[in-house]
Design a protein around this ligand. Structure first.
Ligand code: E4P
Length: 215
């Protein structure tokens, strides 16, 4: 499974990219706001750090504005992917941008039928929001499983990005169900390295190594 980082924090991106762990980046207006930087400047820097797809999101509500934004975003770097909301206008923009050879990521997906429509419109990626569904006592991962089953049934090439990831469990569940990509916030990425037994094991081996050296 591919791992995208769900952040515009260039320090974190640089750190994990240098380890070969970053297949792409997703951003949204909230993530850009948190970075404290201007969108264009942040995206251009991120695109230099990461070769994989970098999703960029605007706030236009009509097809014409979305397409205009999409063309502008994709002029920033060759790996920009245009993020569009799961609305009728958003799907019209998906179609228009894909005709221009611009890749799209349909965001704010909360149902299997939304994902089906996005795939039919020609989206490169769909982003079901796992954590936000869990927040309202729905089952976010079940949505990912359903979308995957539909895409496999009919051979859709659209890739599924498990988004709104809140824990390493979401990442593991995404990988287990064959989801193409999980987009992971840096705090979740950090947790994915850790296990108390690993730390305890290292401590014990070190103690025993040192004790053996005293013989
Ligand atoms: C990524 O594409 C999404 O915008 C992001 O994962 C949303 O995450 P949140 O629900 O934690 O805001």
């Amino acid at each position: 499974m591919k791992i995208f980082l769900d952040t515009a924090d260039v320090e974190k991106i640089g750190k994990y990219a240098a380890m070969g762990l970053v297949d792409g980046i997703t951003t949204n207006p909230t993530i850009i706001l948190k970075s404290g930087r201007r969108q264009e400047e942040a995206i251009k820097e991120i695109c230099k750090l990461v070769d994989g797809p970098v999703s960029v999101e605007g706030v236009e509500e009509k097809e014409a504005g979305m397409v205009k934004d999409g063309v502008k975003f994709s002029s920033w770097a060759k790996n920009v992917v245009v993020k569009l909301p799961m609305t009728e206008e958003g799907l019209k923009a998906v179609r228009a941008l894909s005709k221009k050879g611009i890749r799209t990521n349909v965001t704010l997906v909360f149902s299997p039928t939304q994902a089906l429509l996005a795939a039919k419109a020609g989206a490169t990626y769909v982003s079901p929001f796992v954590g936000r569904l869990d927040d309202v006592a729905d089952d976010g991962m079940e949505l990912v499983r359903k979308i995957r089953e539909i895409f496999v049934n009919y051979g859709y090439k659209t890739q599924i990005i498990a988004a709104s990831v809140r824990s390493p469990l979401h990442v593991a569940q995404s990988a287990l169900c064959g989801c193409d990509i999980a987009t992971v916030p840096p705090d979740v990425m950090e947790k994915m390295f850790c296990h108390g037994f690993t730390d305890a094991g290292i401590r014990k081996f070190k103690e025993d190594y040192e004790a053996a050296g005293k013989r």
